[in-house]
Design a protein around this ligand. Structure first.
Ligand SMILES: Nc1ncnc2c1ncn2[C@@H]1O[C@H](COP(=O)(O)OP(=O)(O)OP(=O)(O)O)[C@@H](O)[C@H]1O
Ligand SMILES: [Mg+2]
Length: 464
């Protein structure tokens, strides 16, 4: 018969021990027991390493609670079910607090013992599986957050503080591919570790991918009959991610109507299902990300000011790689190590200095994601020992010609003179175009502040 698991019985009554041992052996469990010399129970448990211990609370030499404490102190993996001879609920509750998983009251019926035992074992199995999957998941999806540039060191410090305080809502801003989702996952991991609550869910929702009504029912859930298709009630993601984290990706694309509902949730910390009356309390960390310039969207009336203020209390900005070039070699080497291991590439080991120079000079419009893809492609397709310049994509290899050598360059004033206003206008328009109308970026290109750019735009009548 298939081995169902190992059970250790501890009871001073030899009759109970033999009755249980016989019944459980027939069921397919391996059983060991102890009814005397109770002082050595913990050692015996340790050497047998059972899945479950059935432990009597009242023992002559030693209290069962003490043994439970010893088992836990020694970090033994076994799950403990207490056996009580009376309906002393208080003691049973005390045992559960000390780490027992269940209890049985004597006289017990053997079928009841079998059911409780099977449930406890199944729960233990699921717990192990979740622990294992979680580890794999974290390794695959979360990865490490690489970077030692001052900007990133600063960011990491802020992340630590935010995670430690278990801040309920966080906004992560940054261009596409800068690592917003990665930061969100790192925060989630740090926050769930702090609470030590075991498996805490992380649910990501892309606000730009779903139509508004669908997004609303996904987030808030609905009651049966709330609308034609609502055949049964459904819990929303706010409820499902209880004690965990919900990632609202691309919050900048959320419609205004839904934004106000979200703000209500963030302020009240409760949700109401669509068609429902009850306010359901929620305990989740809400992390929103965006690659849009939210202040600009607020200005245009596309994002609610109050929601922005609420989210902006704790906001993180991940700078694009072109502003932290020190991180490029670190990231490149990190991805090289990761992908050579993943694809079992035993030849490629490093990056030539020339290639590294090119990688550092490049502007990386797609940020870390682009860098990661470049390295992955090389690991799969190339078979040299080090990455050489000619293995890099064209846009990286041939960038020098495009690189302006600002130093020593000066504007030559045309013979007939120039209209400074027109020149200014023209340069501002060019900067806006290159920055795809993102004023913050355009201001950087012109080396002026965001406010002075706004002032100039107004002054020169550039607003469309
Ligand atoms: N600092 C970093 N260290 C290691 N890997 C990183 C880092 N930053 C980003 N990555 C990796 O780069 C890829 C892109 O990151 P991520 O998906 O988090 O970006 P994003 O900001 O959410 O992008 P988008 O706005 O396009 O959704 C991911 O594979 C991520 O693991
Ligand atoms: Mg993302």
């Amino acid at each position: 018969m298939k081995d169902k698991g190992k059970v250790f019985l501890v009871d001073d009554d030899p009759l109970i021990v033999s009755m249980l041992a016989r019944a459980l052996k027939t069921e397919g469990y391996s059983v060991r027991s102890q009814s005397t010399e109770l002082r050595t129970v913990t050692d015996a448990v340790s050497s047998f390493s059972p899945d479950v211990v059935l432990l009597d609370i009242k023992l002559p030499e030693m209290n069962g609670i003490e043994i439970l404490g010893n088992i836990r102190e020694r970090g033994l993996n076994a799950q403990v079910i207490m056996l009580t001879s009376d309906d002393n609920l208080e003691t049973a509750v005390k045992c559960m607090k000390l780490g027992a998983v269940d209890y049985l009251t004597k006289p017990f019926n053997i079928d009841e013992v079998k059911i409780v035992l099977a449930n406890v074992l199944e729960k233990g199995r699921l717990k192990n599986e979740v622990g294992y999957l979680r580890k794999v998941y974290e390794e695959v999806f979360a990865g490490e957050f690489i970077g030692e540039s001052p900007a990133l060191a600063e960011l990491k410090k802020k992340m630590e503080k935010i995670a430690r305080s278990r801040v309920p809502s966080i906004l992560i801003m940054g261009e596409s591919g800068t690592g917003k989702e990665l930061v969100a996952r790192c925060l989630h991991r740090a926050m769930s570790r702090e609470t030590d609550e075991g498996y805490a869910p992380f649910i990501a929702v892309n606000c730009s991918a779903l139509p508004e009504t669908l997004l609303e029912s996904e987030l808030f859930g609905y009651e049966k009959g709330a609308f034609t298709d609502a055949k049964t009630e459904k819990k929303g993601i706010f409820e499902l991610s209880h004690r965990g984290t919900i990632l609202l990706d691309e919050i900048g694309d959320m419609k205004l109507d839904l934004q106000s509902k979200l703000l209500r949730v963030l302020e009240e910390r409760t949700v109401r299902r669509i068609g429902g009356r009850d306010e359901i309390p929620i305990d989740v960390a809400v992390i929103a990300t965006t690659n849009r310039n939210i202040p600009e969207a607020v200005e245009k009336g596309e994002f609610r000011k109050d929601l922005f203020y609420r989210l902006d209390i704790f906001s993180l900005h991940i700078p694009p790689i072109r502003q932290r070039k020190e991180d490029v070699p670190l990231l490149a080497k990190y991805f090289l190590a990761r992908f050579t291991a993943q694809y079992n590439n035993k030849i490629l080991r490093g990056i030539s200095p020339e290639a590294e120079k090119l990688l550092c000079a490049y502007e990386w419009p797609g940020n870390v994601r682009e860098l990661k893809n470049v390295i992955e492609r090389i690991v799969v397709l190339e078979s040299t020992e080090t990455i050489m310049p000619e293995q890099l994509p064209k846009e990286i290899l041939h960038q020098q010609s495009a690189l302006p050598s600002q130093a020593g360059k000066r504007f030559v004033l045309p013979e007939e003179g120039v209209s400074l206003d027109d020149l200014e206008k023209d340069l501002i328009l060019q900067a806006l175009e290159r920055a795809r109308q993102n004023k913050t970026l355009a201001a950087k290109l012109l080396n002026i502040s965001y406010d002075s750019l706004r002032y100039q735009i107004k002054k020169l009548g550039l607003t469309a």
